[in-house]
Design a protein. Sequence first.
Length: 317
Amino acid sequence: MIRPSGSYTFPHVRTDLLPRILSILALVVLVAVAPVYAEPAPQDEEQGAEEAAEAEEAELEEAPTFHSQTTVTATGSEVETFQVPYAVSVFELEDIQGIQADTAADILFQEPGVDVNGIGPNQKRPIIRGERGLRVLYLEDGMRMNNARRQTDFGEILGLSSLDNVERAEVVRGPASVLWGEGSVGGVINLITRSAPAGAGFNAQIALRYGTVDSHSKATLALAGRADRFSYNLGASVRDYSDYDAPGGSFGDITFVDDTPVNDTGLEDDSYYGRLGYDLADNQEMFFRFASYSAGFTGFGWVDPLLLGELDRVRIT
């Protein structure tokens, strides 16, 4: 066989079109293959969007809002505060602890339509919509704390209930006599105490507080736990307040040159509480609760008459 030497060019074939043909073939292959790989993309995007929406919805459900607050004081059964045609304020445990309140009166200072008067840490009483004393109903877990033997304008001492055992406080501003009857023409204050933790176990809390402004100290001990169907919640607190001094100055015909002590504005008291429960069923419980409060050196506050100057110019009404 004889092999010709050199190169041979085929007639009628344009070699300059070869790159274009290859480019077109590559483009056709890409167009044909792309849907195979691109098809799962919309599903991945849709699944990611659904997961993001579910996460956002879960965050909204966990975050407390005005609409998520409920009350039992306004209607006698649990209902959202937004659905109640009354002015209702709800203070959760975090709110009470943040205010560092000593009595229920301390949590009402910032509420619209509510005022607080009284002298000393234990004599503060609320005024709701202009009504005070026995015209404002004081409750603890729905039980009346008002004492009919007290003077009408004086009312009950809110310090009888220790806030160390309170989980939430509900305040109805305005008449509630249809539901609560006598003594609620001004409003209702309901303190809801804590129950034992839901899960099994034991927890203890010790708190100490001291203030230099009013020279007070407070010690608190709380124990709570659950074992099988039994539960318990026990606590005790001790407070000690010194008399405070009225700043020097003039008020009408009375002038104090220096700071003057206001006698009987201090306080020494202690409170004890407990709750023992037994679960009869998943939604039924039998419990026994007790509370004790005692106080000394607590009164209405007074100044030594000899420090008032000329007594014939001073008249107490």
